[in-house]
Design a protein around this ligand. Structure first.
Ligand code: G1P
Length: 275
């Protein structure tokens, strides 16, 4: 059973400066909802109620968001504005949130390792909130949990990207398993390779299910691309033992870590609300 979801949320969000100077990038809203709330909703819909959030300096707004604001509740009680808080109230009542800080920015792998005390010795999901995913039926994390239940090893979500964009992603190589057309046993993975070095055009997006042995591997993982401890490098160790599955998810993903992707997501959700 996957019962916990980790949200690495310590990064600076420099691509959105000056908006992210005093506001966490995870709190930037697509329409009226912050990115991280979409992520928490996805986890909850996938059956996960324990949210573990890796924060850093300047990220307190995230904790306040997932808490009751008595003053605000008092002000809007009984007014036409009250329904605007229905969704977030419901999340707060159904989930528990715990936090720990990443004191130094040493990469995504390091951020995930920082979560060890919150996760313990069990498989867990990871959502990178700036990859916003939509779906018609089961959301991406729910799809991945089904794959995890079958293979009982680490799972990464992938999508095909234009070859010239491989330098933005972790890129995998693998072979299809069990007569599927969307599930690969990973044989290689490289963090942000040039198009020439990339083993394929299948890129990892910000959804993972990780088995807890990843923590011991991360402790031994040396800084890689960009001098940072990379989750991709730690996963490669599991992949060498045949223990990583890549799953081409059903749905659409917006790269809300970039201004273009953020605007696309905003337009998409705006059109959706207008029917
Ligand atoms: C991280 C990972 C990368 C992955 C990407 C998905 O990179 O290191 O392997 O493909 O997330 O969004 P970042 O976008 O944090 O640079």
């Amino acid at each position: 059973m996957v019962k916990k979801c980790l949200f690495p949320a310590a990064g600076y969000g420099t691509r959105f400066l000056p908006a992210t100077k005093a506001t966490p990038k995870e709190m930037l809203p697509v329409l009226t909802k912050p990115l991280i709330q979409y992520g928490v909703e996805e986890a909850l819909e996938a059956g996960i109620k324990t949210m573990a959030i890796i924060t850093g300096r300047g990220k307190r707004a995230i904790e306040d968001h997932f808490d009751i604001s008595y003053e605000l509740e008092h002000q809007i009680r009984g007014t036409s504005k009250e329904p605007l808080l229905t969704e977030i109230r419901s999340l707060i009542s159904q989930c528990t949130f715990s936090y720990t800080r990443q004191v130094k920015m040493k990469g995504l792998g390091h951020a995930i390792l920082t979560g060890e005390t919150l996760i313990g010795d069990e498989p867990f999901a990871v959502i990178l909130a700036d990859d916003l995913c939509t779906y018609k039926e089961d959301n991406v994390l729910k799809q991945m949990i089904e794959i995890y239940e079958k293979y009982q090893c680490s799972i990464v979500a992938i999508e095909e990207i234009p070859k010239e964009e491989t330098h933005k992603y972790g890129v995998i190589a693998g072979h299809l398993v069990d007569n599927t057309d969307d599930t690969y046993r990973v044989t290689d993975m490289v963090e942000k390779p040039s198009p020439e070095e990339a083993p394929s055009n299948m890129a990892i997006i910000g959804r993972y299910i990780l088995t807890p042995d990843i923590f011991e591997i991360l402790k031994e993982t040396k800084p890689g691309k960009g001098g940072e401890i990379q989750i991709t490098d730690a996963l490669l160790e599991q992949a060498k033992q045949g223990k990583v599955i890549a799953y081409r998810f059903k749905g659409q993903r917006f790269d809300c870590g970039s201004v273009d992707g953020f605007v696309e997501a905003t337009n998409y959700f705006y059109k959706k609300t207008k029917g």
